[in-house]
Design a protein around this ligand. Structure first.
Ligand code: HEC
Length: 114
């Protein structure tokens, strides 16, 4: 009996881990992105508009090579610390859960997302 409960718990945990990657971002994630990021990154993540004249343009989040070149942790660090002269540091504005949601939202733009 105990072993069965344990096995069920393990299966449940594995299923939860397995689902994590392909889970679509929540509605809250899109809202966060739209409110805080879309004016520079575009609602569809395509970027392209520099934050100020002559500044660096945000890259296209639909680019699969870019997605592959960054870990979730790197994306979170950039959101916290900013990047170059164009990407503002958001510091502690977001909770860990919100940062994770933003990363999921960025991942969802990947054109070759499975
Ligand atoms: C004021 C405009 C602006 C806002 C607002 C903004 N960004 Fe950016 N972001 C930029 C620019 C410009 C870059 C490119 C910086 C560079 O490469 O020098 C960038 C870069 C990035 C990168 C790094 C890509 C890489 O090369 O690793 C990530 C991730 C990112 N932004 C996420 C976000 C998220 C998430 C938000 C909202 C919470 C956000 N940005 C809000 C302008 C902005």
């Amino acid at each position: 009996m105990r072993a069965e409960v344990f096995a069920a718990a393990v299966l449940f945990a594995l299923a939860a881990i397995g689902c994590k990657k392909s889970e679509p971002p929540t509605a809250g994630a899109r809202e966060l992105f739209t409110n805080a990021c879309a004016r520079c990154h575009g609602a569809d993540g395509s970027g392209g508009v520099p934050a100020f004249e002559g500044g660096p343009a945000p890259r296209d989040f639909r680019d699969h090579d870019f997605q592959r070149a960054r870990t979730d942790e790197q994306l979170k660090m950039t959101i916290r610390n900013g990047k170059g002269s164009g990407m503002p540091p958001f510091g502690a504005s977001f909770t860990d859960a919100e940062l994770a949601a933003l990363v999921a939202q960025i991942r969802s733009f990947d054109s070759e997302r499975k």
